[in-house]
Design a protein around this ligand. Sequence first.
Ligand SMILES: N[C@@H](CCC(=O)N[C@@H](CS)C(=O)NCC(=O)O)C(=O)O
Length: 123
Amino acid sequence: MIKLYWSPRSRSFTTLWLMEESGLPYERVLTDISTGAQKAPDFLKVNPMGKVPALADGDVALGEAAAICAYIADRYPETRLAPAVSDPRRGRYLQWLFFSPGCIEPAIIQIFTKIEIPTSTAA
Ligand SMILES: N[C@@H](CCC(=O)N[C@@H](CS)C(=O)NCC(=O)O)C(=O)O
């Protein structure tokens, strides 16, 4: 059975939502980052980066929330969560799949950490 390793108050939420939408049977494995569970040797075998979310599906193991979403949608097309590779809507699907980790998250982190990131290197 698919195992989704998750922690409260983390990026796990996207993947928990995805798994519920998928209708696939899966097991939630609590990996509480407030206790350091993400650095336990057994978890590091699933995601050597020591981060949640992570997913194990048979011999497949991966981290990264967007990658987990893409993996489930492609591996289980019966869930109808993604346009097929040949579908013209595939391009926009990929654009929005990567928009959150590529654009929204860095902006949120910048706001919360108040780190100034120069928008231009011009003098
Ligand atoms: N780019 C990764 C980020 C994963 C990540 O940083 N997860 C945090 C929780 S939101 C984590 O596991 N932090 C614990 C740690 O870094 O030790 C993703 O989108 O899944």
